[in-house]
Design a binder for this molecule. Structure first.
Ligand code: SER
Length: 317
């Protein structure tokens, strides 16, 4: 019998897309969506959904045993901006959830794990432009620390126990169905909503803060590509650098203004500016491209057109 897939953090920005795509690809009943709250109607109503606390190993164990789970996507986490407000909570959630699935995999209950890392593993001492896969990593945010430590544990569990864990360092993810929450790159989603609703946006990062970004469709493609790759092609078991595009708020505004010439923006950087300043401007993702064939489809122009079209069509606006 085919072993099923468990998605932890299924109501979030990326989790909800994974649920939708994997239910379509593998059959609704083969995807078990779980989250701490039933906060996404589509996820909850479109198949099996359970409340699950990722900090509880016993709750995860129970879900795995009851549903005959083989693969786990661990998408629950507190993101960068939120984690700065609640450092201990972020440490507890981000680390204990990872440890739980790694331990259950070591026990033999899980065949394969996906765990997302982030560009937040880098810090102010990291080379900023075309940041290499292997480089200085001295993150200054709680979120970055949890992701960097997590990467070390992933590599350790693979080398020591043979746990088949796969990971990518997501850049900022731009999506229209489900909004992100608590991140520093969230401006790049908010701006589209405000452009359409109000014609004006108050940006919490400065005009020239360049960050690596990616459209959701590319992020999902990367996630499924690495999960479906033959094990021998996944040569890095900490986490892979990944880039789609890289742009600043000013460049994004110019791109939106090509469609909405009246759109205006003011820049009032807040505490998130310091987080963004500690991260790379752009990422070198050569190993992902060489090892398992990663390639992106959406550039800034495509992302802008797609976001405006889809948001207009959706009931949100
Ligand atoms: N998008 C994330 C954040 O801003 C980065 O991984 O926190």
């Amino acid at each position: 019998m085919q072993r099923k897939t468990l998605i932890i953090g299924a109501c979030g920005q990326i989790g909800s897309e994974l649920v939708r795509i994997l239910r379509a690809q593998q059959g609704t009943d083969n995807i078990i969506a779980t989250d701490i709250k039933a906060s996404n109607r589509e996820v909850v109503d479109s198949g099996i959904f359970e409340i699950l606390d990722a900090k509880s190993r016993e709750e995860i164990r129970s879900a795995i045993e009851r549903h005959n789970i083989g693969t786990v996507y661990l998408m629950a986490a507190l993101l960068s901006a939120k984690a700065e407000q609640y450092p201990e909570k972020a440490w507890r959630l981000n680390m204990s959830s990872l440890f739980n699935v790694l331990e259950l995999a070591r026990e033999g209950l899980i065949n394969r794990i996906f765990w997302p890392s982030s560009i937040a593993v880098f810090g102010p001492t990291t080379p900023k432009v075309n940041t290499p896969q292997h480089t200085i990593m001295e993150p200054t945010t709680v979120y970055g620390i949890t992701k960097q430590v997590g990467e070390r544990w992933c590599d350790y569990y693979f080398s020591r126990y043979g746990v088949d864990i796969r990971s990518i360092r997501y850049p900022g993810i731009i999506s229209w169905r489900t909004a992100p929450g608590g991140g520093t790159t969230d401006y790049a989603v908010e701006i589209f909503h405000e452009a359409l609703e109000k014609g004006h946006y108050n940006c919490f990062l400065s005009e020239d803060t360049r960050l690596p970004m990616m459209f959701m469709d590319d992020a999902i493609k990367a996630t499924l590509d690495i999960m479906n790759a033959p094990s021998e092609d996944v040569l890095i078991r900490s986490s892979y650098n990944l880039e789609g595009v890289s742009f600043s708020p000013g460049e994004l505004v110019a791109s939106i203004q090509e469609h909405l010439p009246e759109f205006t923006v003011e820049y009032n950087p807040d505490f998130r500016q310091a987080i963004a300043d500690s991260w790379p401007n752009s990422i070198d993702d050569t190993p992902a491209r060489e090892h398992w064939g990663w390639d992106h489809n959406f550039n800034l122009k495509d992302i802008t057109a797609e976001m405006l079209t889809k948001l207009r069509q959706s009931s949100m606006i």
